[in-house]
Design a protein around this ligand. Structure first.
Ligand code: ADP
Length: 159
C-alpha cells in the first residue's frame, strides 16, 4: 500500500500552538506529514528561513511522522507533486480563512489534482495568528499560552 503523505504549508513566522495543533491532528490522518516552510523572497520576516525551520523542527521533534522542509517561493501544487504528497492540510479559523483558502484549494486541484483537507481550528486558537502574537509580544503582552517555550525565548531575546 502506498504512503499517505500530506503537506502542511505556511510561513511559520513563528510557529505557534494553533499551527502545532493542526499538524498534530494531520499526523492522525496521514502516514507522513511534511511541514513545508515557505519563503516569499520579497517579504520581510521576523525570523529568517533557517530560524523558522529550526524552531519548527525543535518544537515538533516529539511528534512522530513529521519532517520540516523548506519550500521556497514556488508553486505549492508543484512542491506537493515533487515530494509525492496528494493532500494539503490547512487549518480554518473563520469565514475569512475559508474565503481566502477556497479559491487556492480549487486552483491547486486544477493544477495537479492535489486535494486540500481543511481542519477546523480548535476553539482555544481561533484568534491566534503569528502576526497577532508578534504584535502583542512587542507591546509587552503575555503570549505564553499560545507559543512553545522555544518561540517565547527567541521572541524575548530578539525584542
Ligand atoms: P500564512 O500561510 O499566511 O503565512 P501561517 O504560516 O501563519 O500563514 O499559517 C500556515 C497555516 O496554518 C495557515 O494556512 C492556516 O491554515 C494555519 N493556521 C494558522 N493559524 C492557525 C490557528 N490559530 N489555528 C489553526 N490553523 C492555523
Amino acid at each position: 500500500m502506498s504512503m499517505r503523505r500530506a503537506v502542511c504549508p505556511g510561513s511559520f513566522d513563528p510557529i505557534h500552538k494553533g499551527h502545532i495543533e493542526i499538524i498534530a491532528r494531520a499526523t492522525a490522518l496521514f502516514d507522513e506529514v511534511i511541514v513545508a516552510v515557505s519563503t516569499n523572497y520579497a517579504k520581510k520576516y521576523r525570523f529568517d528561513e533557517d530560524e523558522r525551520i529550526g524552531i519548527a523542527r525543535q518544537t515538533l521533534s516529539s511528534l512522530a511522522g513529521i519532517t520540516v522542509q523548506p519550500m521556497g517561493d514556488g508553486l505549492l501544487a508543484e512542491y506537493c507533486r515533487e515530494v509525492g504528497a496528494n493532500a494539503i492540510v490547512k487549518g480554518l479559523r473563520n469565514a475569512t480563512d475559508y474565503q481566502y483558502e477556497a479559491p487556492m484549494a480549487a486552483m491547486n486541484r486544477h493544477l495537479t489534482g492535489v486535494e486540500t483537507v481543511f481542519l477546523l481550528a480548535d476553539n482555544q486558537y481561533t484568534h491566534v495568528s503569528s502576526t497577532l502574537i508578534k504584535e502583542v509580544h512587542s507591546l509587552g503582552g503575555d503570549i505564553a499560552d499560545y507559543v512553545p517555550r522555544a518561540v517565547l525565548s527567541r521572541l524575548n531575546s530578539s525584542r
